[in-house]
Design a protein around this ligand. Sequence first.
Ligand code: SAM
Length: 342
Amino acid sequence: MRRRGVGEFARKSDEANLVGPQIIALNGKWVLYGSYYLEGYDVVIAHNDVLQFLKGFPESIATLVVTSPPYNIGKLYERRVELEKYLNWQKEVIRECVRITKPEGSICWEVGNYVENGEVYPLDVFFYDIFKDLGLKLRSRIIWRFGHGLHARMRFSGRYENILWFTMSDDYIFNLDEVRTPQKYPGKRAYKGPSKGKPTCHPKGKNPSDVWDILLRDWENEIWDIPNVKCNHPEKTLHPSQFPIELVERLVLALTNEGDVVFDPFVGVGSSLVAGLLHNRRVIGVDKEKLYTDIAYQRVIDALRGVLKRRPMERPIYKPSGREKVARPPPEWIHIRKVHEY
Ligand SMILES: C[S@@+](CC[C@H](N)C(=O)[O-])C[C@H]1O[C@@H](n2cnc3c(N)ncnc32)[C@H](O)[C@@H]1O
């Protein structure tokens, strides 16, 4: 594949006054950190506005587009606008994502809720129509459940978000065997019918389901629990809403093959890039905040050097035994103990 030169790239970045290109090769992978897409690299990290970046992007190149867009809730990296305006902008981005995705490819949009004056608008409901209008088909509406988050006072505290998995066509990649989880009772046998006495489970494990909610070992137990990236998590950076690498790893393994391109249009600190790289995919990501793309670049380098701090997919989630001091109610609550003793 032709790898375009720095000179060519530098001219473009001068024009737009964006990041000058940095190119390195590590462990046989070519990494480009700049502001535009150039072909021939295993990793492209761009500091740019997403629509600006996508203008120069060739058609039908990605097998998976996976992202968590801004939710228009006033985080550090976004300015709140009217919901309709936000959705129109997202539709423009999604239209471009459709243009650059292969016919056998998928688009996964990970979203939570938009909240205005205490009223909740579930973003996946709005996004469904956008994707449907563009001709895509929903294959799974995955619930990613996590144990921690803000404590609401006038509604139930939110503890899940959705991943809408859409495909471009009916002929799409789905490597179920790559993400099967062990059966609870693999020794079960049919007790009647023509298969009587034969094992009933799939020998490679079961379909992990569309609820990614978990307490113990991920690949090795039957349910999925991917902790949210919060303060004690080894992957935590200064990004306020980073998602866990292992969440994307599952999508990468199921929806792409080795060597395929994974693209994240709102890449933040590069969690999707790392998830793809760990499984030998080519990865591309763009974010408008240089602070984040600088971290993404560093995380990619660390991943390629094998020194990235991350929560391994197979690590069990810590479960308090009940004997820890923090797991017991404070003594001064003795008179309201009942609430804590169920
Ligand atoms: C929910 S965060 C994504 C975090 C990412 N999944 C990660 O793990 O780091 C959304 C990101 O979209 C970026 N963003 C917002 N508007 C953008 C735009 N117009 N172009 C490019 N990136 C944008 C923000 O800077 C933010 O990092």
